[in-house]
Design a protein around this ligand. Structure first.
Ligand code: ZN
Ligand code: ZN
Length: 292
């Protein structure tokens, strides 16, 4: 159904160009000196999406320090991961309508739509609805500012220009656009591949098609255990078995130990080793602040 919606040419060009910069970067000569900056940006940008936008802001699986929230919100802007209000609103709606006709990035509409094209053909009124679903996020002053595109792109431009001036074009491509290329496709794969019956396994009998996928778990900082997540959306851990490697979970654990995060919704002890099917209820879908 979304194939007939208006094609947003600007967003399409931006997403293609950003990824092309990453691909061009991969074809240029790599220098070891890029690695620390590259890893820092990958970690900052990745955690900004998984730990901040998803597990904290969307599902409120824990509480954390204000300065940390601000730092991570800026990290998501540096990587152009999607402004917090839109990201949270879109994602809460996904949990409510997973793998139905209304779920804009379900593979039911085809792989390209589930992966990237849903960002380019959002139906009329979709953005307004997302704003309502993220009403609590709109009360955060910097999230509200990031709704303005020209403000939202500033952290990205500052980082890109700084890298260009200090490391040259090749350094900028390797340190910023290669991590963005990986991060985009890993994050999008959670929506696409982790909802496809052909890939991965299920630990919980949820009403959607979600799957756990080890490889996407590695690349997307633990978000690949998407069936676990759909079964217990507020749980701060997505990897539940010892071998379900979940970097975001470990970082939240460290934050908790250092007093940077608290009120963490952890899985119950028995589930940490062997997931048991649980009842899915609307209360598990998102936060109590959800506005229908
Ligand atoms: Zn999902
Ligand atoms: Zn979620």
């Amino acid at each position: 159904m979304f194939k007939h919606e208006k094609f947003n040419l600007l967003i399409f060009i931006v997403l293609v160009v950003l990824q092309l910069l990453g691909v061009i970067g991969l074809l240029t000569r790599f220098q070891l000196s890029y690695l620390p900056i590259m890893l820092t940006l990958f970690l900052w940008g990745g955690l900004s999406t998984t730990l901040y936008l998803h597990r904290y802001l969307t599902h409120r699986g824990f509480e954390m320090r204000e300065w940390l929230k601000f730092l991570l919100a800026n990290g998501s802007a540096v990587m152009l991961a999607g402004d917090p209000v839109t990201w949270v609103g879109d994602h809460r709606f996904h949990h409510l309508k997973s793998d139905t006709e209304e779920d804009i990035h379900s593979p039911l509409h085809g792989f390209p739509y589930a992966h990237m094209m849903w960002l380019i053909r959002k139906p009329d009124g979709f953005r307004e609805r997302s704003k309502r679903y993220a009403a609590d996020v709109r009360k955060i002053w910097y999230c509200r500012l990031f709704e303005r595109s020209w403000i939202y792109v500033l952290p990205h431009l500052v980082v890109a220009i700084t890298l260009w001036l200090t490391l040259g074009v090749v350094g900028m491509l390797w340190c910023l656009y290669v991590p963005m290329l990986i991060m985009y496709n890993m994050t999008w794969a959670v929506n696409s591949i982790c909802h496809m019956p052909q890939f991965g396994y299920r630990s919980f009998d949820t009403s959607d098609q979600s799957r756990n996928n080890f490889w996407i778990g590695i690349g997307a900082f633990g978000e690949g255990y998407h069936n676990n997540h759909h079964a217990q959306p507020r749980c701060a851990a997505h990897g539940l078995r010892w071998w379900e490697f979940d970097v975001t979970r470990y970082v939240i654990w460290v934050f908790e130990k250092f007093g940077l995060a608290w009120n963490v919704v952890w899985p119950k002890e028995s589930r940490a080793t062997e997931p048991q099917p649980i009842e899915t209820s609307p209360a598990n879908v998102a936060t109590s602040t959800l506005v229908a």
